[in-house]
Design a protein around this ligand. Structure first.
Ligand code: AP5
Length: 212
């Protein structure tokens, strides 16, 4: 079997990052995530593009999409270096989907489905451990270790206003891309409102069936 090439899609807060980490480990493939790559390069100078903002971080904090030129280059390099991947956070608009078509074929396209109220609760309550990158939640999932609890931070784009904007940007730009992937042979819709372990079980069953 060649190494699996899997795309995971879904709105902000659907659980793409949570599930991708497990998928990458279980199938021994690369987790290619534009969100994490951009967070590591928030201060990068992109003023030569002469667009609204001069760094990726300013787009991200506002909940806007970072310009395609920046994101396409990140993904192209990451996929060229990967032997099998789970791609998370890209493509987010039809132009990026066209780019991806030219970079690689996909074996499976997972679409996590979660309603807007649940997404808002998950995102505004999310807290991140800056040392490990692990995600927690103020109501559902706090760490037992008090040292970890005290160092948790909220992502700038998890403030209510930015969350609402990210969801609007998703509906306008990314939903049409998901509609397009419904035609793909490997497209599968996943109920993302189940508990994380149940979402993972559903994904694993689908991947095992489709990857053979
Ligand atoms: P990115 O980091 O990709 O953010 P996102 O897509 O908004 O996704 P999130 O990380 O918020 O959510 P997720 O689906 O990964 O959910 P998670 O598993 O964390 O992008 C950030 C920004 O970067 C964008 O806004 C944009 O500016 C820029 N960017 C990135 N890619 C780009 C691109 N291609 N083009 C242009 N710009 C780009 O889970 C969320 C929370 O819910 C956690 O607290 C988790 O513990 C909890 N949770 C997860 N699963 C469950 C469950 N089943 N039940 C209950 N709680 C759960």
């Amino acid at each position: 079997m060649t190494a699996p090439r899997v795309l995971i899609m879904g709105p902000p807060g659907a659980g793409k990052g949570t599930q991708s980490r497990t998928i990458a480990e279980a199938y021994d493939i690369e987790h290619v995530t534009t969100g994490d790559a951009l967070r590591s390069n928030k201060q990068m100078d992109i003023s030569d593009l002469d667009m609204e903002y001069d760094t990726p971080g300013e787009y991200m904090d506002a909940g806007e999409l970072v310009p395609d030129e920046v994101v396409n280059a990140i993904v192209e390099k990451a996929l060229a270096d990967a032997d099998g991947f789970i791609l998370d956070g890209y493509p987010r608009n039809p132009e990026q989907a066209d780019e991806l078509d030219g970079m690689t074929d996909l074996d499976v396209v997972l679409s996590l489905e979660v309603g807007r109220d649940e997404l808002i609760a998950r995102l505004t309550g999310r807290r991140v451990d800056p040392e490990t990158g692990e995600n927690y939640h103020v109501e559902f999932n706090m760490p037992e270790d008090s040292e970890v609890r005290e160092r948790l931070v909220q992502r700038e784009d998890d403030r209510r206003e930015a969350v609402e904007n990210r969801l609007d940007v998703f509906e306008a730009n990314t939903e049409p891309v998901i509609e397009r992937y419904r035609e793909h042979d490997g497209f599968v819709e996943i109920d993302g409102e189940q508990a994380p372990a149940d979402v993972w079980q559903t994904i694993q069953d689908e991947l095992d069936e489709r990857l053979g």
